[in-house]
Design a protein around this ligand. Structure first.
Ligand code: ADP
Ligand code: ZN
Ligand code: ZN
Length: 722
C-alpha cells in the first residue's frame, strides 16, 4: 500500500475537471493534511495545488511524488475542500475555479502573510467635538480592528491625531491581532427583552441545533435581535457565527449593532478590504480567533473551524447569486455548509424568495414567523396612485398630485422622504399609458422587449417577434410608448417643484465603492438632505428614523422585465421600500405610483400581504412551468459572428434534445442584450422537471457542451436573463 493524495491543480486555463493523484513521500507523511497547498510536478513543469483527499492504495503506474508542502497550515478546512467539489459539480465550473472562488487572491498568493503592520483598536467610548481626531476614533470604533495603512489611506493627515489618541489610551496598538478562542470572547448581555415572538423563534431554533430555517418577519419585527441571540449562544458554546448581508446592507450602522454586542470578536468581510486585511481575517477565522464575521456574499467561504450559526439576512436578494464562475447562490452554499458542518442556518426576510418559502412548506426548512413590528409600531400605510387617472386629468408630471401633496407635507413638518425608482438599466418595454397594458408575448406571458434594430418587439423566451404597434391592442389608445425615466430626471423634477429642498441621489452611477454607501447613509441620516432619490439599491438595510414618506415613482418598471421573477421582484421591492418608512416616531406613509394597480404584485403589496402574493405567484409558476416546479439552466453563447453564435446554440439544442424525457429546451433566442461589447449573445433555457431522474445525464451532456464550446457559459438557477 502506498500513501496517496488527490490534488486539485491550481490552473484555470486548461479546464481541469478532475483531481490528480500523487504519491506522498515518506518525508511528508506526517505533515501532510487535506486542505494544504502543495507543490507538484504537472505536465512539463511544477504547479501548486490543494490536497483534496489522503488515502492508502496501490500506486497507479506513472504516479509522481509531491515535491513539497507549501504552507504547513492548511488553507482550506476539510469542509471547504468538499465544498469546492460540490460547487464544481452543481454549478458546472472547473475544480480550480471553485477553489479560486473560495480562496481569495491575497490568501492564495500569500501576499501580506509576513507583514508586520500595526493595527489599532478603539477602546471604550470617547466624547468630543467633531474633529479629525474624533473622526479617526469613530472610524476605528465602527471598524473594530484597523490597520495603519487603511487608517492613513482614509485620513491622510491623521498621523498626529493617531499618536495623540494612542497617548490618551483611546486607541490600543495591536501588533498582531489577538488570537483567542471564540469561547473566551466576552459577550455583553442583551439590553432588551425579546418579544414573545422573538423568544419563540429563538427557542425553536436552539432546541434543534444544526437545522435550517426560514425566519419570515415583517420589516421592523426585530429579526436582527433574533440573530444576535443565536450568535450569542453559539459563542457561549465555543462556536463561530457568520452573518451574510447583501453588500448594500453592509452599512457601518448594521456592523455597529453586532460590534456593540460582541465587541472585537466581530470582523467584517466585503469587497473594500485591502489584501492585507483579507489575508489576516482569513487566517484569524481559520484559527478560531474571530467569533463573528459580518460579510457580503464571499464571506460564505471563510474557513471557520467550528461554525455554529449562519445567518443569511434578506435571503431573497438577487445579489446573493454570483454571476461569474462559479455561478453559485450564496443561500445554497450556506445551506450546504450548515448541513455539512452542523451549523444552524437562518434565512431571514420580510419577503422570502418563492424558493425559500416553498422549501419551508415542503418541510425542507423549518418555518418561523415574526408578524408584529416591535413595540406594536404600525406598518406604514400604502396608497396606490393610478397614473392613468393622472394622465386623463391632464397631469403629466412624473409625480402624481397625491405624491406632490405628500412631499409638501413631509417637507413642511421637517421630516424626510425617499423616492424610489425601480429601474434597472436596460428595461425597454412598451406600455400603454391609457390602460396600463404592457405588451406581452401571447405564448410566454413575459413582456416583449423593444429592439431598436429592425424596430421590432421580441419575446426573449420563444423568439417570436412582433411589429411595434401604433395603437394599444387592448384599448386602441395612441398613448403607447417606451418606458424609462432615470434618477437624474427625478432629481431635477424635485428641484423644479421644491427649489429650496436639498436632494441626494443614490444609484449605480454615483455609488461605486462600498464607502460611498456609508458616506451617503451618514449624510442623509444627519439630515444633510430632505429627499433621497435612488434605485432599488437603497431599498433595504437602511434605517432612517426621520423618514416618514416613501414614494415609489414607477412601480411597474420591474414588472415588465423579461424575467419570470419580475412579479416577485416587484412585490419584494415595494414591500422592502415601504419598510423604510415609519421606523422612527413619525408614522410611515408610502405612495406607490402605478399604471397597473390591479396587478397582484402591486395590489398585494398595498396590504403587505405576502401570503396572498405567494399563493398567486405559485399558481403562475405552476401554469408556466417555472421554479419551484422546474429547475432552470441558462446557456449563453457569445461571439463576434452572429450566425455562428446562433448556429452553435442550435447545435447545442439538438444535443440537449437527445437527453431523454422531462427536459424542455427553449430557444435559441437572442439575449435581450443581444450585443454586448461587440459580441452577439444567444441563449437557451432548459427547464427540468424535478425528480425526473435526468439530472445526471443532463449534467454529463452539459459538461460535454462546455468542452465543445469555449464561448458557452452555463448558469444553474439563473437570475439574470438579459
Ligand atoms: P428587522 O431586521 O426585522 O427589520 P430590526 O432587527 O432592525 O428589525 O429591529 C427594528 C428595531 O426594533 C431596531 O431598532 C431594534 O433595536 C428594535 N428592537 C428589536 N427587538 C426589540 C425588542 N425585543 N425590544 C425592543 N426593541 C427591539
Ligand atoms: Zn391601452
Ligand atoms: Zn414567447
Amino acid at each position: 500500500m502506498d500513501r496517496l493524495a488527490d490534488v486539485i491543480i491550481d490552473r484555470v486555463a486548461e479546464g481541469l475537471d478532475h483531481v490528480f493523484t500523487y504519491r506522498v513521500p515518506d518525508a511528508l507523511r506526517h505533515d501532510i493534511q487535506v486542505g494544504q497547498w502543495v507543490r507538484v510536478p504537472f505536465r512539463h513543469g511544477r504547479v501548486r495545488g490543494v490536497v483534496s483527499r489522503l488515502y492508502d492504495d496501490r500506486e497507479p503506474p506513472g504516479t509522481k511524488a509531491i515535491e513539497a508542502i507549501e504552507d504547513a497550515e492548511a488553507v482550506l478546512t476539510p469542509a471547504l475542500v468538499a465544498l469546492a467539489e460540490w460547487m464544481a459539480d452543481r454549478y458546472l465550473c472547473y475544480l480550480p475555479q471553485a477553489v479560486r472562488a473560495i480562496v481569495p487572491a491575497p490568501v492564495r498568493s500569500g501576499a501580506g502573510r509576513r507583514s508586520q503592520s500595526v493595527w489599532y483598536q478603539a477602546v471604550g467610548e470617547r466624547k468630543g467635538r467633531p474633529s479629525l481626531k474624533h473622526a479617526v476614533f469613530s472610524y476605528c470604533r465602527a471598524e473594530g480592528l484597523v490597520s495603519r495603512e487603511t487608517l492613513l489611506a482614509r485620513f491622510p493627515h491623521a498621523e498626529r491625531a493617531i499618536r495623540s489618541l494612542v497617548a490618551e489610551g483611546a486607541l490600543a496598538v495591536v501588533m498582531s491581532p489577538p488570537v483567542a478562542v471564540a469561547a473566551e470572547i466576552p459577550v455583553k448581555p442583551p439590553e432588551l427583552t425579546l418579544t414573545a415572538e422573538q423568544q419563540r423563534a429563538c427557542d425553536a431554533m436552539l432546541a434543534v441545533p444544526g437545522r435550517s430555517w426560514l425566519l419570515e418577519g415583517v420589516t421592523g419585527s426585530g429579526k436582527t435581535e433574533v440573530y444576535l441571540t443565536l450568535i450569542q449562544h453559539a459563542l457561549e458554546t465555543g462556536r463561530q457565527a457568520l452573518v451574510l448581508l447583501p453588500e448594500i446592507a453592509l452599512t457601518p450602522q448594521t456592523v455597529t449593532r453586532f460590534r456593540h454586542r460582541f465587541g472585537s470578536a466581530v470582523a467584517v468581510w466585503h469587497s473594500g478590504l485591502t489584501a492585507t486585511e483579507r489575508r489576516r481575517t482569513w487566517d484569524l477565522v481559520r484559527r478560531g480567533g474571530i467569533g463573528v464575521v459580518v460579510g457580503a456574499r464571499s464571506a460564505v467561504f471563510l474557513p471557520f473551524p467550528a461554525l455554529g450559526v449562519i445567518v443569511v439576512d434578506e435571503e431573497h436578494e438577487p445579489t446573493y447569486k454570483q454571476e461569474e464562475h462559479p455561478r453559485y447562490h450564496t443561500r445554497d452554499v450556506a445551506l450546504w455548509r450548515g448541513a455539512r458542518e452542523g451549523a444552524t442556518v437562518v434565512l431571514g426576510s420580510a419577503t422570502p424568495s418563492v424558493e425559500a418559502r416553498y422549501a419551508a412548506e415542503q418541510g425542507i426548512l423549518g418555518h418561523l414567523r415574526l408578524t408584529q413590528r416591535v413595540w406594536g409600531k404600525a406598518m406604514p400605510t400604502v396608497e396606490l396612485v393610478d397614473m392613468r387617472e393622472e394622465l386623463k386629468a391632464g397631469h403629466r408630471s412624473i409625480f402624481s398630485r397625491r405624491l406632490i401633496e405628500a412631499m409638501t407635507h413631509t417637507l413642511e413638518r421637517g421630516e424626510q422622504a425617499i423616492l424610489f425608482l425601480n429601474r434597472r438599466g436596460y428595461s425597454t418595454f412598451v406600455l400603454c399609458r391609457s390602460c396600463g397594458q404592457a405588451l406581452e408575448c401571447p405564448d410566454c406571458a413575459v413582456s416583449l422587449t423593444y429592439h431598436q434594430e429592425g424596430e421590432r418587439l421580441m419575446c426573449h423566451y420563444c423568439l417570436k417577434t412582433f411589429p411595434v404597434p401604433t395603437r394599444c391592442p387592448q384599448c386602441q389608445s395612441e398613448k403607447i410608448r417606451y418606458f424609462g425615466a432615470g434618477t437624474e430626471r427625478v432629481v431635477s423634477e424635485v428641484s423644479r417643484l421644491f427649489p429650496r429642498t436639498r436632494v441626494l441621489r443614490a444609484d449605480r452611477d454615483v455609488l461605486t465603492r462600498p464607502e460611498d454607501y456609508s458616506t451617503l447613509y451618514q449624510r442623509f441620516y444627519r439630515g444633510e438632505a430632505d429627499i433621497l432619490v435612488g434605485t432599488q439599491m437603497i431599498a433595504k438595510g437602511m434605517d432612517f428614523p426621520r423618514v416618514s414618506l416613501v414614494g415609489i415613482v414607477a412601480a411597474d418598471t420591474a414588472l415588465h422585465l423579461p424575467d419570470y421573477r419580475s412579479a416577485e421582484r416587484t412585490f419584494q421591492l415595494l414591500v422592502q421600500a415601504a419598510g423604510r418608512s415609519g421606523r422612527g416616531t413619525a408614522p410611515g406613509q408610502v405612495v406607490v405610483q402605478t399604471y397597473n394597480p390591479v396587478h397582484y404584485a402591486i395590489a398585494r403589496a398595498e396590504h403587505h400581504d405576502y401570503n396572498g402574493f405567494y399563493q398567486e405567484e405559485l399558481r403562475y409558476r405552476q401554469e408556466t412551468s417555472y421554479p419551484p416546479y422546474t429547475q432552470l439552466w441558462l446557456l449563453l453563447f457569445r461571439g463576434i459572428d452572429e450566425s455562428v453564435v446562433r448556429d452553435q446554440a442550435g447545435e447545442a439544442k439538438a444535443v440537449l434534445e437527445t437527453v431523454r424525457g422531462a427536459v424542455d429546451v427553449l430557444g435559441p433566442a437572442p439575449a435581450p442584450l443581444v450585443r454586448v461589447r461587440g459580441e452577439y449573445r444567444y441563449q437557451l433555457l432548459i427547464k427540468v422537471r424535478p425528480l425526473s431522474g435526468v439530472e445526471r445525464e443532463l449534467t454529463a451532456t452539459l459538461k460535454q457542451l462546455r468542452g465543445a464550446f469555449p464561448n458557452l457559459s452555463v448558469t444553474r438557477d439563473p437570475y439574470f436573463f438579459m
